[in-house]
Design a protein around this ligand. Sequence first.
Ligand code: AMP
Length: 646
Amino acid sequence: MKAAFSKTTEAEDTHAMNYEEFHRWSIDDPEGFWGEQAQLIHWNKPPQKVRDYSNPPFCKWFVGGETNLCYNAVDRHLADRADQNALIYISTETDETVVYSYAELYREVNRFAAVLQSLGVGKGDRVIIYMPMIAEALFSILACARIGAIHSVVFGGFAAYNLAVRIDDAKPKVMVTSDAGMRGGKAVPYKHLVDESCNLAKFPPEKVVICNRGLDKGLTLVEGRDLDYATLRAQHMDAEVPVVWLESNEPSYILYTSGTTGIPKGVQRDVGGYAVALASTMKHLYHINPGETMFATSDIGWVVGHSYIVYAPLINGSPTIFYEGLPIRPDPGIWWKIVNEYQVRTMFSSPTAVRVLKSQDQKYMTEHDVSCLRYLFLAGEPLDEPTSRWISDALKIPVIDHYWQTETGWPMLSYLPGVDLKPNRFGSPGFPVYGYNIRVIDEGTGAEVPRGEKGVLVVEPPLPPGCLSTVWGDDKRFVQSYFSSFKDLLYTSSDWAVRDEDGYFFILGRTDDVINVAGHRLGTREIEEAIQSHSAVAEVAVIGVADKVKGQVPVGFCRLKDPSQLDAAGATEKMEKEIIAKVQELLGAVAKPHNIHFVSALPKTRSGKLLRRSIQALAEGRDPGDLSTLDDPNSLEEVRRAIGQH
Ligand code: AMP
C-alpha cells in the first residue's frame, strides 16, 4: 500500500510529542492528559476530580465541574468574535443562504430558549427535535442545552412509527418540528407524520412547536397542542435567558441508534466530558483553528451532525456550514463552490457521497479553487481504495478515513494531523485515537489476536470522556449490550478488525454481518473491496445466503458504472464470470461469490449504509424487516427483480 497524502505536515503542525507518545500519555496518565484537555473549555466551577471509575463500567468525568454546552458554543465567543461568522446556513433546496455571526446566533438561541421556557421546559425535561436541515434546528438544540433540557433529535427521514417509539422512550414535554423538509427540489411534508406519531405514542408531548417554512399549503394545527414558532419568537425578541450550569455528568442529549433487538437504544451523553472531547478533536484531529471554517455534510439527525455540524466547530470558535441539499444539485460542483466561497479548511463527509461524485462528470472537480481545503475526513462505512485514491488525487489533499460510532460520539481510530500525521494506508482508518485503549481480541477466547489476524475490536474501559454514559433509562441494557460479550469487562464495538505489523487498523465489517463459508469466517467488506476493484463496478453489497452444504455462500449485488455494458447478448454472464474470477484472484476460492446480481440501485439508509440484512432476507425469501430508514424504495424492487431473474 502506498502513501496517499500529497502534502507533508508543515512545521507549524508539529507537536512536541509524536503519535505514540501522545497516545501513551492519554492511557498511562488519564488524569494528567484529560486534566490538560479540560482547559480547552469554559468551566463555571472547575472539576474536583478528573475521573471517578468506582462503579465499572460506568465512568464519571470531570466530577463536580459545572459547565454548559451552549455557553461554550456561543456566549464564550462573544468577547472576541461577536461579529465573526458562526453559522453559515445554505439550502440549495430553497435557494437560500443566511450567515449568522456569533452575536446573531446568541440572539436566536436566546429567543428559542425563552420560547421553550414559556412552555414549561426546564432542566432535565426532554425535547424531541424532528427537523429538516434548517437553522431553527440548530437554534433549538443550543436552546435546550442552554436551559439544561435534554434534546433528542430524531432524523427527519424517519416515519411515524419510529418517531412514536422514540417519543415513548424519551417522554418529551415538547416536540420541535417543521411543516416540511425538502429533497431533490420536492417538499417532503412532516406534519402528518408528527400527528400520526402523537396518536401512536403512549406519552405524546404536551406541545408541538412548528417552524413553518410555508412549504405545506395544507398545514393544519391541532388546537391546544400545536404552536407556531414565528408567533412565539416575536414575543421574545429581546430575551436574555440565563445559562443553567450543569454538573459535568448530567445528561445533555439522547440519540437513538439501532440495536440488535430492533428497539432503538438511547445513547445518553454527558455535558463536560463531551465538550472536552470535542474541543480536543478540533485541535489534535481535525486540526482546525478558531475562526477557520468546518463543513460536515451530514444531517443533524446523526451523530456526525451533533458533534461536527453543531457542537465541536462552535465550541472551537469555527464557523460551521449547515447545508440542506444534495451533493449534485444544482450541479456536482456545489460542495466545492461552497468550500471556495467560505474558505473551508476541514471537510467531513462519507464514502457514499464521494462515490456519488465519482460517478459524475469529472469537470466538476476542477471548476472551483479549493486550495483553502486542508483535509477531507470520511467516516461511517468502509472507505474502499479506489474511492479513496480517486478523491485524494482529485483534491490533492490528505483524505483521512476515520472510524467511530454513535456510541462514542467522536473518533476511535484516526490519523492525527494536529499531533503527528502518519503516512496513510489505503483502507485503514489509522490508529487508536488518544483516550481509547483499543485491542483486537478473539471472539471465542477473548485473548488478544496476533498482528495480521482478525478479531473483535474492543475498548478497555473506562471509555474516554464524551462516549455514551449509559443507555437512556436502562443501565442494565448499557452493560448487557456493550460490556457483556467477553469474560473480561470490555466495550465491544461489534466490528471485526485486523491490525497489521505496523499497527495500522483495518475494519472488516460488523460482527453481525459475518459470513461463515464452510467454516471460514469472511467479512462482507473484504469481498466487496475485491469486487469493487473491477473497473466496471460502481457499487456493491455482499451478503451471506444460506447454503445447505457450506452453511453460507457469498452473493454479490452490483451496480455498474455503465449499465449498458450488459446490453449485448451474453454480456451479463460474461461480466458475472469476470467479477467472480476477480474475487477468486484476490481472496481465493473460499471467498468466491456464488453468483452476482446486477441492479441499478442498492438498498441503503439515508445515511448511506447498505441494508445488507434486508437484501439478505430477500435473497433467502424472508421478510426484509424494518425498512424505515430505506432511502430509495425502488432499490428493494431492484433486488427482488434481480433475484427473480437469476
Ligand atoms: P453509526 O453508529 O451508525 O455511525 O455506525 C457505526 C458503524 O459504522 C461502526 O460500528 C462501523 O461498523 C461503521 N463505520 C464507521 N466508520 C467506519 C470506517 N471509517 N470504516 C469502516 N466502518 C466504519
